[in-house]
Design a protein around this ligand. Sequence first.
Ligand code: PLP
Length: 354
Amino acid sequence: MIETIKINIKPVSTSKLSQIDFNNIDFGKVYSDHMYIADYYNGSWQDFRIEPYDMLSFTPGSAILHYGQSVFEGLKAYRGESGEILVFRPEMNFRRINKSAVRMCIPEVTEGIFMEGLTELLKLDKNWVPDLPNTSLYIRPYIFALDEYIGIQPSKNYKFIIFTCPVGPYYSKPLKVKIETEFSRAVQGGTGYAKAAGNYAGSLYPAMLAQQKGYDQLIWTDGATHQFIEEAGTMNIMFVIGDKLLTANTGDTVLKGITRDSVLTLAREWGMEVEERQIPVTEIVEALQKGEVQEAFGVGTAATIANIELIGDDQNDYSLPSIKPDSFSSKILKELDDIKTGKKEDEHGWIYKI
Ligand SMILES: *Cc1c(COP(=O)(O)O)cnc(C)c1O
């Protein structure tokens, strides 16, 4: 049973909705009318409320600004056939934000605080869920530390916020990626399995260097030896080689993606051979040289499936075959879209209807 919480709602006086051109939305730049906020002080989460999306104010000494004690999530809501709002696997994000929170010494939120806040926010901003093809409402829950204190210790005060953004496609074309063998995204014993803010700050510089060489993103390898493939940018990575679906096993350094889990589940149900294991860089490079890599793609909530058209190592760039409508990644993308928008029956209990 999810406990009930009391949420105070202060609606906007005028909605911004009429100013939005849903045919032209830049990912993550348009914000819906409201946000959900909870404060943590005196040892508990309290003051649950929904307010107009607006500026926050906190002091320059706030811990988040200095030490990055912060975790976040990303999930999406879709509009179903008869206009209803469908959220994809939100209880997974609820569980994962707490897993991330524990790693960063942030107090966990209860299921009621997460799910009821999300539900009430989406009820209020339901008209912000777009219904054009390839659009959705991106939902961003996050928690951050607020103590005004420059010493390093876990904060005693936090904010949990959920806001939403109507979005179109994340990537407009297939990606060129470079296998990174100098910098690391995550290390054994580190914070790579958590969606901790600092992980992403640390990934910007290596990604920028790769972009200067003409790539879009990086393929991250393990921090100890750089001999095993882990993720692609901020997504999990998958390969189709000899009709087998191959992805890195999750753990300390590979984030447990919900899209990853969904794709693997469907692939297994379709009778495809699936391998979750360590992936040597040499195995992929050899398969690329022999032309055996049929498909490579990133999987994550923002992009769902991000096809890769070129993989570079320190010596060569290898082009991949172009994606066709009957490619695995095209079929899986369509299947996921059909489930998310209610066109296909939800056999897995993945859809949370508002
Ligand atoms: C969020 C994220 C993913 C993808 O997870 P989803 O639950 O599928 O969105 C993969 N890798 C990293 C590093 C991430 O932060």
